[in-house]
Ligand binder design. Structure first.
Ligand SMILES: [Zn+2]
Ligand SMILES: [Zn+2]
Length: 285
């Protein structure tokens, strides 16, 4: 199982000289393996280059799973090339009550007003599905479990298992506790933190929302984003191998992200890396 970052930025795409090394595209992460349909988490603007890559491969199925429908996670969806390849089977899953509700939510964007196309104009074989938190489900060869997160309007974190390897994708989320409490406060995990720790338990790689610094989080606690120390505390408790800091703030420059990587360079339990657009992580290695 391999993972590739196609978009690592939060909130809004930020192309430009100051973000060219870590990348300016918004959330899109691919889980893949030769001979299997690809699994895609979120369709931020990173979904456009990913889609071009997918239509060049022999496989003609892809599973898209959304954490939630904020625009930075949805904006790239109508620019995802498999949608315009008639024989392509595209499943779209989101944390909704029914598949029809997922379809309805996506159709609010592809409605001829916010985008020139309507959902009915898409030539691919589209299937819309729903996932309920903590209800295990399967997409292609991937066994997936989910957990509710702490984000305005809701978001869902995922754990993917295949062949004994585990990847977790956890964005967008604020800490589940108030400052000073639970793991974030250096104490014992609260009940909700324990659920999230179980989702992350023993993972080979965890991709986690760390849009804020701790100081910025304290000023914007209701915005629904976390900070590196919190992600590390959860990953320590869950015995995670490698943590990827993700959903970088739009204003974070490459130099600032280098400094962040440097600050965590000596961490070993877990190893802490700053997610970078284009990076491929081989979980078998
Ligand atoms: Zn976001
Ligand atoms: Zn969001």
């Amino acid at each position: 199982m391999r993972l590739r970052f196609w978009g690592v930025r939060g909130s809004i795409p930020v192309p430009g000289a100051e973000t060219s090394r870590y990348g300016g595209n918004t959330s899109c992460v691919e889980i893949f393996e030769d001979g299997c349909p690809t699994l895609v988490f979120d369709c931020g603007t990173g979904a456009r280059p990913l889609g071009r890559e997918l239509v060049g491969r022999p496989e003609r199925a892809v599973h898209v799973v959304f954490t939630h429908f904020h625009m930075d996670h949805l904006f790239g969806f109508p620019f995802f090339a498999p949608l315009y390849t008639p024989a392509f089977a595209v499943s779209v899953t989101a944390p909704m009550f029914t598949g029809d509700a997922t379809r309805e939510r996506v159709s609010r964007y592809l409605n001829g007003v916010f985008h020139p196309l309507r959902l009915a104009d898409i030539p691919a074989e589209l299937e819309f599905l729903a996932v309920r938190p903590r209800e295990p489900f399967q997409r292609g060869p991937y066994a997936i479990r989910s957990e509710t997160l702490n984000h305005p309007g809701g978001s869902c974190g995922y754990r993917v298992e295949k062949g004994g390897k585990v990847v977790c994708y956890v964005t967008d989320t604020a800490p589940l506790t108030r400052p000073g409490e639970g793991l974030a406060g250096g104490g014992k995990p609260t009940a909700r933190e324990r659920q999230l720790v179980e989702l992350l338990r023993g993972a080979d790689a965890v991709v986690f929302d760390t849009m804020f610094t701790h100081e910025a989080y304290l000023e914007r606690m209701t915005w629904g984003h976390a900070y590196p120390e919190y992600a590390v505390a959860l990953c320590v408790a869950a015995d995670v191998r490698t943590l990827y800091l993700f959903h970088h703030a739009p204003e974070a420059t490459d130099d600032e992200l280098d400094a962040l990587a440097e600050r965590w360079a000596s961490a070993t339990h877990p190893t802490v890396k700053v997610a970078r657009e284009g990076e491929i992580v081989d979980l078998e290695g």
